[in-house]
Design a protein around this ligand. Structure first.
Ligand code: MLT
Length: 235
């Protein structure tokens, strides 16, 4: 039976063989939620890069440039990392280069995978329906926070595992634990997440509305996938 596994932080990724597998990268607060929102609202393509310098270089070549570090917008860039910025009229039809603290790094650490998809609560159903019919094993990579475990990405991993458990076998205990967390939290994800370290960090930066937006389930049917250096959308 095809398998699904969960890598709780990118620091553990060396223990997983990504070849021939599908990697679903998740960074609920807020990188992958932004990527899904942007492509669902008319952004042409999104190029995830690891450094501010790479993002600046693409800005100089005409891309809109989004850059976040430690939750805040980096100086000298067009956008930070709020999903609301990715739904603005100014980004429609545009190419956006993006670098964030964790999410873009997790994408770059997954490049040996057969297919890289972007997951968020916002596209949970679209992603589940797509993956059900795939033959490859899946690894859900949680972006975490600077190499450490985080709650919100694991909750999403648990939700995806829960919705795919009739089609995929859990490969080890991480999917089991993630699903258990999701089943505990699913009736009030905001209540469960409000004490998470990044939710508190973002609250201090006064972007609680971003958190409320990012935990909505299945409001978009786009599935961003990596094609070369760019994220495009499967609809
Ligand atoms: C990240 O990539 O670390 C996050 O998306 C950060 C954020 O948006 O606050």
């Amino acid at each position: 039976m095809k398998k699904i596994d969960v890598c709780l932080t990118p620091e553990l990724l060396h223990q997983y063989d990504l070849e021939h597998k599908i990697v679903v990268v998740v960074d609920i607060l807020r990188a992958t939620s932004c990527m899904v929102s942007g492509l669902a609202n008319g952004v042409k393509e999104i190029v995830p890069v690891s450094t501010l310098e790479d993002c600046k270089a693409l800005q100089d070549s005409g891309y809109l440039a989004a850059a976040e570090r430690n939750g805040s917008k980096a100086d000298g860039f067009d956008m930070g990392n709020s999903p609301f910025e990715y739904m603005d009229e100014k980004v429609k039809g545009k190419k956006v280069a993006v670098t964030t603290t964790n999410g873009t790094l997790a994408i770059h650490k997954s490049l040996s995978a057969k297919e890289i998809l972007i997951g968020a609560f916002l596209n949970l159903k679209a992603l589940t329906d797509y993956l059900k019919n795939k033959e490859e094993d899946i690894i859900v990579l949680c972006a975490g926070w600077k190499g450490k475990f985080n709650l919100e990405d694991t909750l999403f991993a648990g939700a995806l595992c829960h919705h795919l458990k009739n089609d995929f076998e859990f490969a080890c205990d991480a999917p089991l634990a993630a699903e258990a967390m999701y089943l505990t939290a699913k009736n009030d994800i905001m209540k469960y997440m409000k004490d998470s370290s990044h939710a508190k960090r973002l609250a201090k930066l006064d972007v609680v509305k971003d958190i409320e937006f990012c935990i909505q389930e299945s409001i978009y049917d786009v599935i961003p996938y990596l094609s070369g250096k760019s994220l495009l959308s499967k609809k």
